[in-house]
Design a protein around this ligand. Sequence first.
Ligand SMILES: Cc1cc2nc3c(=O)[nH]c(=O)nc-3n(C[C@H](O)[C@H](O)[C@H](O)COP(=O)(O)OP(=O)(O)OC[C@H]3O[C@@H](n4cnc5c(N)ncnc54)[C@H](O)[C@@H]3O)c2cc1C
Length: 561
Amino acid sequence: MRTRTEELQDIAGKSFDVCVIGGGATGAGCALDSQLRGLHTVMLDAGDFAGATSSAATKIIHGGVRYLEEAIKDVDPKEYHVVVRALHERVRMLNNAPHLTRQLEFIVPSYHWLNIAYLDIGLKIYDWLAGSGRISPSKYLSREETLERMPELKRQGLIGSVEYADGQFDDARYDLALVQTFSNAGGSALNYVRVTDLARDSAGRLAGVSVTDQLTGEKFSVQAKVFVNATGPFADSIRNLATPSLPRRMRLSKGAHILLPLDVFPTRDAMLIPKTDDGRVLFAVPWNGRLLVGTTEQEVAPEDELFVSQKDIDFMLGQLNKYLEHPVLPSQIVSGFAGARPLVSSGEAESTQKVARDDVIEVDPSSGLISIMGGKWTTHRAMAEDTINAVQKALGVPITDSPTRSHVLYGSEGFSGDLWKKLMDAHAITRETSQHLAAKFGTAAWKVLELTQEDRNLAEPILAGSPAIQAEVVYSVRKELAATLEDVIARRLGIQFYSWRDAIHAAPVVATFMAEELHWSSDQAKSEVVTYVKKVNKLLEHAGLEPETSPGARVERASAV
Ligand SMILES: Cc1cc2nc3c(=O)[nH]c(=O)nc-3n(C[C@H](O)[C@H](O)[C@H](O)COP(=O)(O)OP(=O)(O)OC[C@H]3O[C@@H](n4cnc5c(N)ncnc54)[C@H](O)[C@@H]3O)c2cc1C
């Protein structure tokens, strides 16, 4: 990927076939599909790529066991369609980016015989619906087999469990891989550029967007023949910029997650708690060395600040602890995150739990704006395929096949499961670092490590004992458009998801390298650290945890750059 300055030169004031607004899963998926079909495409995001909902998922690639149950209970073909489509897309996501995905076994523990029979039948239907997209058949596990796989499961009354397979992925990095693949295919992508207005031509059709660079305040315009609104939770604001009279479609539902040390529930498999007190499911999933627990459901507005509250924690631990031999305490939480599900509603009355997870493509007859709303991460590619079909229709060109069905993403070309061993053999790095690099960057890890050949110091860890190395910061800025500390520490390296406290201690070190790369003054470097530390400490406070003492000495080091 090119630098921010190069991207800006290529975008500001220029004309494209297609302009995609939003660089989350939906926007990045649309941009890639469009560019690969030969349409000259630009993608603009007001924040960082995956900076909104697309890095706040439970990180499961799934058809949705709960949605299947609802489809059957409600005899709802729409819900059924959502599940079947997602089950087929599951395999494509796994195949197109093996370095960021893996098959994961889910265990549903049961304390009643009737539940076992119910689950077994339901999951057999799930297998059957997957058809050729089936990854591994579901099966019954005895009490002993269940406890062998999940030794910390509550023993009293446990009868057994049902096991089934779905997928797991790194959502933030998957989004970045989509953006990089798009860029390599000749597309132009930029983060931190907000679309603030839309311009129409003499016939009333959209012809351009006004954009403000969020980092410099500079304003510019971009022209295109077709505009795709892929702004997820914010879709109504772009729809109303195009045509103020369009009725609202989005219903936002906040979902929170917490992360715990994996030794509170040591397992390689995920647990699905089939019925929470509010009638949903809860997952406890091993992810990046932690136990990821989620999620909640609460209606919110687009402008609401999203964070994990003590109420969210009480709810999630309350549900989880019913299934654990040794209950987890709130003080054991190491990190967390929350996001807003962008649900599309046809009416005001239904609860967000009841709104189907399907997506909707709307072509505004007045302005020509194409909005893609709703959906799931798992179906982002199929949503993009349908959207670009609509784009081709709007352009009056033949609808061509989508090349993304089997297009391998950046970092997965030539990837094999033993990549980490090859990295370790070729470079003097630890096993943990080579596994971390292979999982985050795939074959692009070679490029990260090339930097350590120029400067041996870049092979040093960012924090003592952490697998992430300093070269990753330099690479993220030079090749992945990282512009803020959070871009690097959260989405590109994953440290903030692993531990809020580690993230705070990593900030000054990361700022040192970012300052060098981005020519920050010492005052700016210091202020970036202070702002970031404050933000993460606020997350700790919202969760009812003690704030971390500021890493003052290291701030000095950053400010001295
Ligand atoms: C709690 C939770 C758990 C989930 N778990 C899963 C899961 O396990 N599996 C799964 O398949 N799905 C899951 N999902 C759903 C999935 O995460 C979302 O469907 C998906 O991320 C939505 O992506 P998006 O691109 O539409 O929206 P977003 O990721 O929110 O992207 C929208 C982008 O638009 C940008 N934008 C907004 N306004 C403007 C503007 N004016 N100019 C330019 N850019 C703008 C924003 O900056 C943002 O980056 C989950 C969702 C939540 C909330």
